[in-house]
Design a protein around this ligand. Structure first.
Ligand SMILES: [Fe+2]
Ligand SMILES: [Fe+2]
Length: 196
């Protein structure tokens, strides 16, 4: 996990909800990069730096973002659904359903952006019409994610921290590590060894 000097260190598998929040910052940053590249170079050959931005953003959305969705749909949401009755939980479970619908809505947009931006990198230029389609799909995603992330961070995640006990949170961290091919116990022993 990268640690940026002067910034808050990124959350680890010991804080799975914090990790989800950190992922949101990356989602918004890479969508912002896609927006700025498609808004600046319509119909043009991309400069090297912008090509690199596209490559990095596309790679993030292809490889890392699906893990985030799985972290929520397969790890966090089922645990919230399993919590015995708790004030606020009924509303939260309705929210979970709408968040899952958002994930489904975002999937074809991701595909469209991946195809169009991928073609831009492959062929070198896209027509203004094609870049317009890329911008429109990215803008739709950005609007969707802004609202989605706000709902998760202001409503669902605070509740998750309240209603999930330490064992449940630890199990979330363990599953999220496994999803990334990391053995949680070995990772934790290493963290302890390094004195983090
Ligand atoms: Fe989500
Ligand atoms: Fe999320």
């Amino acid at each position: 996990m990268a640690i940026t000097v002067g910034a808050r260190p990124e959350a680890s598998f010991l804080d799975p909800v914090g990790m989800l929040t950190d992922c949101h910052r990356r989602v918004l940053r890479f969508l912002g990069d896609l927006m700025s590249v498609s808004g600046t170079f319509a119909g043009e050959v991309l400069p090297a730096l912008s090509q690199q931005k596209l490559v990095t953003a596309l790679r993030y959305f292809r490889e890392a973002a699906p893990n985030h969705t799985a972290d929520e749909e397969e790890t966090l949401f089922p645990r919230l659904r399993a919590v015995p009755d708790h004030p606020g939980l009924r509303g939260a479970l309705e929210l979970v359903e709408s968040l899952e619908r958002d994930h489904a809505t975002a999937a074809p947009l991701h595909e469209e952006v991946d195809q169009m931006a991928g073609r831009w990198l492959e062929v070198g230029t896209l027509s203004e019409f094609e870049v317009g389609r890329l911008s429109a799909a990215t803008a739709t995603m950005l609007a969707l994610y802004r609202e989605h992330i706000a709902a998760e961070e202001t409503q669902l995640f605070p509740l998750a921290r309240k209603v999930l006990d330490a064992d449940a949170l630890r199990a979330c961290g363990r599953e999220m590590a496994a999803r990334r091919g990391i053995d949680f116990d070995a990772w934790q022993a290493n963290v302890a060894l390094l004195g983090h």
